[in-house]
Design a protein around this ligand. Structure first.
Ligand code: ATP
Length: 240
């Protein structure tokens, strides 16, 4: 990753009560990079994202751009510029698309800024503009994922955490979604960490990837290198 590490995770342990899930994760993500976290079900990928955004108790260290985020509550982490799009999207179904988007600005002030951000997000996701007054629950799966990412962008995040964005979506919809994420990454220099079961699609957009197995990173490298790894190919890429 070179000298410009933006996110640094050191010897991170986390779990739920007695259940230990992460057993000393070490990870560096460069500034402006798209990083994919791959791995089998139950490896702890979701828990890793929760640990990064302050939603589970951790031991070890999480640093963002030099600032210590370890053991800060989720709202404090969000204020430091970390936006988390959870698995299952976390949109509020009875609320309209617009209400959902505005909720994303909850840690910010400045009404003018919020209006400008709504415009900016409509630029990335034109379909959301057409659906502003509809309840989020009436959107398709792909549109809901766009809404969830749009809501996260209302935070003007420096780090965007995406948990399994492809869940339940057709590959062609996921590809379109990832293309937009790539555009956001390029235009706003937002660093992205994406957890994905669909390794092929994730490796198409990521610069680097890490494989998590039973709570430990077992392999890290450039997307090309991870794609070329035989073990990874057998375990995660076999279904293409
Ligand atoms: P998946 O792709 O299936 O979501 P994952 O790699 O994201 O898998 P996690 O969701 O982080 O894995 O789960 C890791 C382990 O932690 C699993 O054994 C899971 O059962 C357990 N776990 C997850 N959430 C909780 C919770 N809230 N309470 C207790 N155990 C949990």
């Amino acid at each position: 990753p070179g000298g410009d590490a933006f996110l640094t995770v050191t010897d991170l342990h986390a779990g739920y009560g007695e259940a230990r899930v992460l057993h000393g994760v070490n990870l560096t993500v460069g500034r402006g990079e798209i990083c994919a976290i791959l791995g089998p079900n139950g490896a702890g990928k979701t828990t890793l994202l929760r640990a990064l955004s302050g939603m589970v108790r951790v031991r070890g260290a999480v640093r963002l751009d030099g600032a210590d985020l370890t053991r800060r509550p989720p709202d404090a982490v969000a204020r430091r510029g970390v936006a988390h799009v959870p698995e299952g999207r976390g949109t509020f179904m009875p609320l309209t698309v617009e209400e959902n988007l505005r909720l994303g600005a909850f840690v910010r002030r400045g009404r003018g800024e919020v209006e400008a951000d709504l415009e900016r997000i409509h630029g990335y996701f034109p379909v959301l503009r057409e659906r502003l007054r509809q309840p989020a629950g009436s959107l398709s799966g792909g549109e809901q994922q766009m809404l969830a990412i749009g809501r996260a962008l209302m935070l003007r995040p420096r780090l965007l955490l995406l948990d399994e964005p492809s869940l339940g979506l057709a590959p062609i919809v996921t590809r379109e979604l990832f293309r937009i994420v790539q555009t956001i990454n390029e235009q706003e220099r937002t660093t992205v960490v994406v957890v994905e079961q669909n390794a092929h699609l994730a490796l198409d957009v990521a610069g680097r990837a890490h494989v998590l197995e039973t709570g430990r990173i077992v392999l890290s490298g450039s997307a090309e290198r991870i794609r070329a790894d035989e073990q990874v190919a057998q375990s995660y890429l076999g279904y293409r």
